[in-house]
Write a protein that binds this ligand. Structure first.
Ligand SMILES: O=C(CO)[C@H](O)COP(=O)(O)O
Length: 254
């Protein structure tokens, strides 16, 4: 069994931001991802679906990956407005975020639905990034570990034992608020998530990347990314500015 740490991944979730003009930002990310950074950390950008193809074409010949922000659990059919995992793969995506708290809240996505989406992603050859995280009320009630444990149990597909899957811990109260948990709380949660994954998936659970997300900025990246069992970041707002996104990745250049 290998005890080597997974290679870090810094992923940007652009959410519903960006038109074709944002290709300029993406190009700046591609240009700034120099040999030093490449040797230390993987980069992924998940733009709105309308930009995936454009970005994937721009990224050809570079190691930067492009991903989707959601997918439907079905391969095709009468699902107006939805996009399947195979469609994302077809336009050049290699990852897809599933179960983001904004999807869970805005679209009523349950753990069961998230699991089905993650499974569909794996079947299409994508790496799903399964998001989990507690609300402020749940943390204040001392239920953070229980809530995240239940989300993990319900959202992670059995296929994670043999296919690459990334887990992102994103405390809901830290998303877009500028608030972050203490490093002690992040360490406790990531240690708990790691143990849960090892208990369920064995060696695959030990090697899975665990990202932290929620108000990651250039100013706090080094501290947050230095926590044990944090294998990278899922970055929202700061990923919309090339220099900030790259500065977060440079936390690994220490
Ligand atoms: O999705 C997120 C990062 O990808 C998450 O919602 C955090 O957003 P941020 O607080 O704006 O970084």
């Amino acid at each position: 069994m290998t005890t080597e740490r997974p290679r870090p991944l810094v992923a940007g979730n652009w959410k519903m931001n960006g038109t074709r003009a944002a290709t300029e930002t993406f190009s700046a990310i591609l240009e700034g991802y120099d040999a030093g950074l490449r040797s230390k950390v993987d980069l992924l950008v998940c733009p709105p679906a309308t930009l995936i193809y454009l970005f994937a074409v721009a990224a050809v010949g570079t190691p930067v990956k492009v991903g989707g922000q959601d997918c439907h659990a079905a391969t095709h059919g009468a699902h107006t407005g939805d996009i399947s995992a195979a469609m994302l793969a077809d336009v050049g995506a290699s990852y897809v975020i599933v179960g983001h708290s904004e999807r869970r809240t805005d679209h009523g996505e349950t753990d069961e639905m998230v699991k089905a989406k993650a499974r569909a992603a794996i079947t299409a050859g994508l790496t799903p990034i399964v998001c989990v995280g507690e609300t402020r009320e749940e943390r204040d009630a001392g239920r953070a570990l229980a809530v995240v444990g239940a989300q993990l149990a319900g959202s992670m597909p059995e296929e994670a034992a043999r296919a690459p899957v990334v887990v992102a811990y994103e405390p809901v109260w830290a998303i877009g608020t500028g608030l972050t948990p203490t490093v002690v709380d992040v360490a406790e949660m990531h240690g708990f998530i790691r143990q849960s994954l090892v208990d369920r998936f064995g060696a695959a659970g030990r090697n899975m990347r665990l990202l932290y997300g929620g108000s990651v900025k250039p100013g706090n990246a080094r501290e947050l990314l230095g926590v044990a069992e944090v294998d990278g970041a899922l970055v929202g707002g700061a990923s919309l500015v090339a220099e900030d996104f790259l500065a977060i990745a440079r936390a690994y250049m220490a």
